[in-house]
Design a protein around this ligand. Structure first.
Ligand code: C2E
Ligand code: MG
Ligand code: MG
Ligand code: MG
Length: 292
């Protein structure tokens, strides 16, 4: 009868939850191991100035290559790291790796660019982000002015006073702050105005369907105009086509990243790209040469 079926469904549901929970725990313990055994890597996705096309920065993105399973997406393991608290040590590891890498590139004579690091909202609660950032900068020697921290818009929507204090502390170190996935997170403009922010990153969902969706074009244009009216730089994420780039150029967007420019690259490949650009710039005639 209905009662028996109901009980059966309940059992089935409970079993499914157990399986999901077990898988989560298992993933967490493997991630913990991967962190300890240095099986995690950072890839770097170039960011270019829209007017000149030159690379002016890169976003560091975590990659996990599991010996058995192959590549595991950050979209899958970051939430697990967040709910387990592992994002604390993981986030500190990322920050230190990026600063170390950035300083090595400077030592090798590569041009100074900005390196952007994603920060999870949980890192605000779990760790003293200001202290660990200060330590990472001091111990690697990387200039704070070349470091950018990306905070998702949704992280700015909660606990205003607490978040404001942390952001002001970070700004005090001399680094830059970017709002990631902007346009998707319901942050209030009144709050946004009070945060010491430097860059808005237009979420890739608004870029994807340009030039076919008028709404997305209107939203992107509005974010650029609003950002500029607040004296912020605006970067577009997920740019894949020339049409999208042309639209952003026309609207005066400051910079962009996306597959059109480059996929995220292993550190060595990114360094080669940067070096190639520096050599090409040195070889090209400068404006001073163009006259006589
Ligand atoms: P995000 O910070 O918004 O990063 C942008 C994502 O878009 C990256 O995915 C990137 O590979 C992808 N992407 C870049 N260009 C294009 C494009 O032209 N088209 C499309 N379709 N996608 C593009 P990824 O690397 O899988 O990272 C996913 C998310 O995981 C990131 O989103 C970020 O929220 C999180 N994440 C990655 N690394 C870290 C990290 O070190 N710490 C924290 N807390 N989160 C991280
Ligand atoms: Mg990001
Ligand atoms: Mg984003
Ligand atoms: Mg994201």
């Amino acid at each position: 009868g209905a009662k028996a079926r109901g009980r059966g469904a309940l059992c089935f549901f409970a079993e499914e939850m157990t399986t999901a929970a077990r898988e989560r725990l298992e993933l967490e313990s493997r991630l913990r191991q991967a962190l300890a055994q240095e099986q995690l890597q950072l890839h770097y996705q170039p960011q270019a100035d829209i007017a000149t096309g030159r690379i002016i920065g890169a976003e560091a993105l975590l990659r996990w290559n599991d010996p058995q399973e192959g590549a595991i997406s950050p979209a899958r393991f970051i939430p697990v790291a967040e709910s387990s608290g592992l994002i604390g040590p993981l986030g500190e590891w990322v920050l230190r790796q990026v600063c170390q890498q950035g300083q090595r590139w400077l030592d090798a004579g590569l041009p100074a660019i900005t390196l952007a690091v994603n920060v999870s909202p949980r890192q605000f609660q779990l760790t003293d982000l200001v202290a660990s950032t200060r330590t990472a900068l001091a111990e690697t020697g990387f200039p704070a002015s070349q470091l950018e921290l990306e905070i998702t818009e949704s992280a700015l929507a909660e606990r205003f006073e607490e978040v404001l204090k942390v952001l002001e502390g970070l700004q005090g170190l001399g680094l830059h702050l970017a709002v990631d996935d902007f346009g998707t997170g319901y942050s209030s403009l009144a709050h946004l105005k009070r945060f010491p922010i430097d860059v808005l990153k237009i979420d890739q969902s608004f870029i994807r369907d340009i030039p076919h969706h008028c709404d997305d074009m209107a939203i992107s244009a509005a974010i650029i105009a609003m950002g500029h009216s607040m004296a912020l730089k605006v970067l577009a994420e997920g740019v894949e086509t020339q049409e999208q780039l042309a639209f952003l150029v026309e609207r005066g967007c400051d910079s962009y990243q996306g597959y059109l420019l480059s996929r995220p690259l292993p550190a060595a490949d990114f360094a080669l790209l940067l070096q190639k650009q520096a050599l090409a710039a040195a070889a090209a005639p400068t404006t001073a040469d163009v006259g006589f």
